[in-house]
Write a protein that binds this ligand. Structure first.
Ligand SMILES: Nc1ncnc2c1ncn2[C@@H]1O[C@H](COP(=O)(O)OP(=O)(O)OP(=O)(O)O)[C@@H](O)[C@H]1O
Length: 246
């Protein structure tokens, strides 16, 4: 694994995360070291409770490791103050969640540009237009979330994640709430975003087919990375996961 790759967009160095104390303590991450190359798509897989969400949360600066370092480019998140971390998440990180997390009262356009408004920045009109086209939302841009399908809502969430041109986009089961065909469309869109924009993307998923869209799949078991595969097929991923007890 590429632990100290200088071209990494995100690096975790000996990251541990423990919850609780004493006998009830849980080690969710046990010394994870990994580097994720810029412009690549990484899927994180593993059995339930293996530490996937904790890894994503630590890498995205939403949670702090108990020990170890998390580097976004050259920036060390582990030692940052809460207010700087909040600003960094807003400016340099994008998120796509299973449940879309759109604001119901806002139109698609207003949802997409919300991160800029929160940062006191103006929307770059050409970039907004480009994103709306890429995500296939041209006909839906004035609609509110309740007037859109799940797939369209996730497209809005993807455009919102990209509007600030973040260093990394993190996805937590981004296709988990969608039917199979719509999920595949969304995965195709994410793949395209990596291929055409050079976006770095990290996604937690339970779905071997979703993982097969990634450049690299990392397998977690009991808080450690136990394996990785480059551009694997869904069958290979499923077989590996079965051996891990997933
Ligand atoms: N806030 C918390 N307090 C206590 N224990 C926690 C907390 N968050 C996670 N854990 C524990 O840490 C371990 C890893 O959890 P995590 O949610 O990262 O796993 P996961 O692989 O994402 O699981 P799933 O696939 O079920 O979502 C689990 O044993 C979990 O119970």
């Amino acid at each position: 694994m590429k632990d100290f790759d200088s071209t990494a967009a995100v690096r975790l160095i000996e990251v541990t995360r423990r919850f609780g104390r004493g006998k009830s303590a849980v080690a969710a991450l046990r010394g994870v070291s990994v580097g994720l190359r810029a412009g690549t798509f990484t899927a994180i897989m593993g059995p339930s409770g293996s530490g996937k969400s904790t890894l994503l949360q630590c890498a995205a600066g939403l949670d702090r490791p108990t020990s170890g370092r998390v580097l976004l480019g050259e920036t060390d998140l582990a030692t940052m103050s809460e207010s700087r971390l909040t600003k960094l998440r807003r400016d340099r990180i994008g998120f796509v969640f299973q449940s879309f997390n759109l604001i119901p009262a806002l139109t698609a356009r207003q949802n997409i540009t919300l991160p800029l408004r929160l940062a006191g920045r103006r929307a770059d009109k050409d970039w907004l237009e480009d994103l709306v086209k890429r995500t296939g939302l041209s006909q839906r841009i004035g609609h509110r979330p309740t007037e859109m399908s799940g797939g369209q809502q996730q497209r809005v969430a993807i455009a919102r994640a990209l509007i600030t041109r973040p260093a990394v986009v993190f996805g937590d089961e981004p296709t988990g709430a969608l039917d199979i065909a719509t999920g595949r469309e969304i995965l195709g869109l994410l793949r395209e975003v990596v291929d055409t924009l050079g976006q770095t993307l990290v996604m937690v998923t339970h779905d071997p087919v979703a993982a097969s869209y990634a450049d690299q799949v990392l397998f977690l078991a009991d808080g450690s990375i136990v394996d990785s595969m480059d551009r694997p097929g869904a069958d290979q991923v499923a077989a590996r996961l079965t051996r891990l007890g997933g």
